[in-house]
Design a protein around this ligand. Structure first.
Ligand code: SAH
Length: 284
């Protein structure tokens, strides 16, 4: 037995029964961030319905399972979503052990709630297996804690995209700008210019630190540190592509001491106390 991948103890693990659908988070990409419940599900599934953000390599842990790709590739997203939910209903009714595997956490900006709702409405029994969400883990892999006592007592997770693919009009950006010390933006790449402008218009400083982390937790992970005033140009200049997590706030400064991946490569921390909060303010 490979000691790095200890076998699950035989008892105490729930059985994925025929006719059930388990809606599982697959984490942000690094296979080690899958939960044991998700692994247990993968070992039992007859069929795995997975999204674009799920690393296909993970599916090798379920060689017995049929794989159905349900990523969205253009088309009408809401109609497609309905098709996916109904496909899950059909598979369950056919007596399959169905694993619905979604990137990150299924209930965080992942439409897991909608799928679960359709399943329950059709009388299909479900289990929800939470996953590690990109907005927390992706930043952790970049060396940014989403809370820190010296920085923030709250964190706000927002989507940069609404149903129509626009910067969400329903969000009170001015309220978020005033009330949220740290803002973590999912799906923010397309509209970051609009979002940054709204935050600045509502009083956030153009010099406020921003980090953008793409393909977080995977080998291809990249992070840039920028500011609210320059984030759009800097993303373009760096040639960053989605998926990306964008973090706005002083928490980004902590990367100077906590970029543990850079340190593992032999780089020294850039500053051991980047917030400088304990030093008296300089005068004159
Ligand atoms: N349910 C997922 C989020 C799905 S929405 C979760 O909990 O993580 C898709 C968005 O998630 C992407 O546009 C991006 O903002 C973010 N995301 C997912 N995986 C990511 C990754 N590996 N690196 C950076 N961002 C990621």
């Amino acid at each position: 037995m490979d000691p790095r991948a200890p076998d699950l103890p035989a008892s105490d693990w729930p059985e994925l029964k025929p006719g059930w659908v388990w809606l599982c988070g697959a984490g942000p990409g690094d296979p080690g961030l899958l939960t044991l419940h998700a692994l247990n599900a993968m070992r039992q599934a007859d069929v795995i319905v997975y999204d674009a953000l799920v690393q296909e390599g993970l599916l090798d842990w379920a060689p017995q399972a049929e794989r159905i790709y349900a990523g969205k590739r253009g088309g009408k997203p809401s109609a497609r979503q309905r098709d996916i939910s109904l496909r899950l209903v059909e598979l369950a009714r056919a007596g399959q052990r169905v694993l619905r595997l979604k990137g990150g956490d299924p209930f965080v900006f992942g439409r897991g709630g909608e799928e679960a709702q359709t399943l329950v409405q059709h009388g299909i029994p479900i289990r929800i297996v939470p996953g590690i969400t990109a907005g927390i883990a992706g930043l952790a892999y970049a060396g940014i804690p989403v809370t820190h006592r010296d920085v923030n007592q709250s964190v706000t997770f927002v989507t940069g995209h609404d149903r129509l693919g626009e910067a969400p009009a329903a969000l009170d950006w001015a309220g978020i700008a005033r009330g949220s010390q740290v803002i973590v933006i999912y799906m923010g790449m397309k509209h970051i210019g609009t979002i940054a402008a709204k935050l600045i218009a509502a009083g956030r400083a153009p010099a406020e630190p921003v980090a953008v982390t793409t393909t977080a937790t995977l080998d291809a992970q990249r992070t840039i540190e920028t500011t609210l005033g320059t984030v759009t140009e800097d993303i373009a200049a760096a040639g960053l592509e989605p998926p990306a997590i964008i973090c706005v706030g002083m928490a980004v400064m902590l990367r100077q001491v906590l970029d543990w991946q850079a340190q593992a490569r032999g780089e020294a921390p850039r500053d051991l106390d980047p917030l400088d909060l304990r030093r008296p303010a300089e005068t004159g």
